[in-house]
Ligand binder design. Structure first.
Ligand SMILES: O=C([O-])CC(=O)C(=O)O
Ligand SMILES: [Mg+2]
Length: 555
């Protein structure tokens, strides 16, 4: 085989080449490579280009009509030929994101035990305690740079899905590559199967996870500690992305580990970043400041407290003292408005609990009462409860606020607090609406209103890429703010457009801008070694990958 200088040496032969999704080219192997790698006879003789494969794969995919079937179909392409998978994703990103990611991935997680076909990522369960370092040592990849981990307890708004939550880190990895071009060979999805408290799953004969109740307290903490220690031993300097942990664990884990290794919690910080970007853009459209707002949250979990925290930082940056800024927040959780006297508040909840009122028998005021009595101008839904925003509440907001910002962010689509169509109908098209999952445009008053997707996928791919490229040793709140600001700066509203956020088609550009902003901020805070633009560019390209077939030579 004629070896070009840039050709990639391949040690495997025959089926081992075809079974490796990062090496496989399917029918696109040229004749000489088939000879060199022992593929003759294993492949049909016809030879196709990547473009032809993409066209055929797209046609096959679209012949499926069901969302879950399409998800399974795409996942099977990913497990067979990653170059084809990402070439397909990049060509049809807007259309395929809802299948690979929310809402498709939600349904995939609910059915994960039934659709599981091939190993991808690592499961660590109670049986692996005491052996996690060995489990990671057995992974034949010395160059993992980014690990996405879940314990499956709060999968989107769907709750405890145990080991079935693996669909989420797999989906997030697909977005790191599709949106930020991160080389898939550098990433690993991990599910910590610490048991599940979901009785339906435990009794389901098809369930693939362990059937014990969730580890709690010290046992849980020890499990996580062993995992992080094993991770640091195996891949020092790797970045840890925490995903879909329950509210009571998410913030404490982030606090415990964020200085030990570069890490961030996507539901707290990624969601906060994009919500803040969308709010800053929305306020620009209204020509108002954050300081002038009153903000109500339906949901005081990881996402709600994360968004509130970043908005608080943004208000303080505008010059508002903390005590004044805190008066603008109303967080309504399961037991109503959070007040300072309530038991069992997390540290983050305690910060935002109202100091000026008390609960009655542990119950705070309802969302409806807060809307009527305090007149919030921004309403954020992070409750996971479908239909929580009722017509009366939204109409009332529109009665005292010309253009309320209403963000029902819960995922997947089935858990949205109110549909954009309803919100816009109830507000005569005046609300500025943004959702976590994708929605089609709403036609109202002879106008077509595009619904922005305030999803952390605008933040995490660039955040991870930027932090890795600059070698950040930890990820600061100001790096998250820099990411939010970078997205807000790209808002089409700045250039005469009508949407809060850049369209999904531009997400690769967004990710790159976020990566640069994050790396620059890390340098400003001396959280990484000094590096000039050229060095940063070089580091970015070392992490990057494009879905193109490289020429191979036998090694
Ligand atoms: O995955 C998504 O679409 C956004 C997210 O992190 C969540 O809802 O937990
Ligand atoms: Mg999440």
């Amino acid at each position: 085989m004629s070896a070009t200088p840039s050709s990639h040496p391949v040690t495997q032969r025959g089926m081992a080449v075809l079974n490796d999704p990062l090496l496989n080219k399917g029918t696109a192997f040229p004749w000489e490579e088939r000879t060199a790698l022992g593929l003759h006879g294993l492949l049909p003789p016809g030879i196709h280009t990547l473009e032809e494969q993409v066209a055929q794969a797209y046609e096959n995919l679209m012949s499926e009509t069901d969302m879950l079937d399409r998800h399974v179909h795409l996942r099977s392409i990913q497990d067979t030929n990653e170059t084809l998978f990402y070439a397909l994703m990049q060509k049809h990103l807007t259309e395929l994101m809802p299948i690979v990611y929310t809402p498709g991935v939600g349904q995939a997680c609910q059915e994960f035990s039934r659709i599981w076909q091939k190993p991808r990522g690592i499961f660590l369960s109670g049986a692996d305690r005491g052996h996690m370092a060995d489990r990671l040592a057995a992974i034949p990849n010395d160059n993992i740079r980014l690990v996405i981990v879940t314990d499956g307890e709060r999968i989107l708004g769907l709750g405890d899905l145990g080991a079935n939550g693996m669909g989420i880190p797999i989906g997030k990895i697909a977005l790191y590559t599709a949106c930020a071009g991160v080389n898939p060979a550098l990433m690993l999805p991990v599910t910590l199967d610490v048991g599940t408290d979901n009785a339906t799953l435990r009794n389901d004969p098809t369930y693939i996870g362990s059937r014990s109740p969730r580890l709690k307290g010290q046992d849980y903490a020890d499990f996580i500690e062993e995992f992080v220690t094993a991770l640091l031993g195996r891949w020092p300097g790797c970045l840890l992305h925490w995903e879909d942990f329950a509210g009571r664990n998410a913030a404490p884990l982030l606090q415990r580990y964020r200085e030990r290794l570069p890490s961030f919690n996507d539901d707290i910080q990624g969601t906060a970043g994009i919500a803040t970007a969308a709010i800053l853009s929305g306020l620009r459209a209204k020509e108002e400041t954050l300081e002038q707002q009153c903000i109500a949250f339906a949901g005081g979990g990881a996402a709600g407290i994360g968004i509130a925290g970043l908005l608080l930082a943004a208000m303080k940056a505008e010059g508002l003292p903390q005590e004044e800024a805190l008066k603008r927040f109303y967080i309504i959780d399961r037991n109503g408005l959070l007040t300072h006297d309530m038991d069992g508040l997390s540290e983050g909840q305690a910060l935002f609990a109202r100091k000026d009122e008390t609960s009655r028998d542990g119950q705070g005021r309802t969302l409806k009462e807060v809307i009527s009595q305090n007149h919030p101008t921004i309403l954020i839904g992070v409750s996971g409860q479908a239909g929580l925003f009722k017509e009366g509440m939204i109409r009332e907001m529109a009665s005292y606020c010309t253009r309320p910002l209403i963000f029902p962010l819960s995922n997947p689509t089935s858990h949205v607090e109110a549909t954009p169509m309803d919100i816009l109908t109830w507000t005569a098209g005046r609300a500025i609406v943004s959702t976590g999952s994708p929605f089609t445009p709403v036609e109202i008053n002879d106008r077509s209103i595009t619904i922005n997707q305030t999803n952390n996928s605008y933040i995490f791919p660039g955040l991870g890429l930027g932090a890795l490229a600059c070698g950040a040793r930890s990820i600061s709140e100001r790096m998250i703010m820099a990411a939010a600001q970078a997205v807000a700066d790209l808002s089409p509203l700045k250039t005469g457009g009508t949407t809060l956020l850049p369209p999904l088609e531009n997400i690769q550009n967004v990710a790159m801008r976020v990566a640069h902003a994050v790396a620059r901020q890390a340098q400003n805070e001396q959280l990484c070694p000094p590096l000039d633009d050229d060095a940063l560019q070089e580091a970015l390209s070392t992490l990057s990958w494009r879905p193109r077939y490289q020429p191979y030579r036998a090694a």
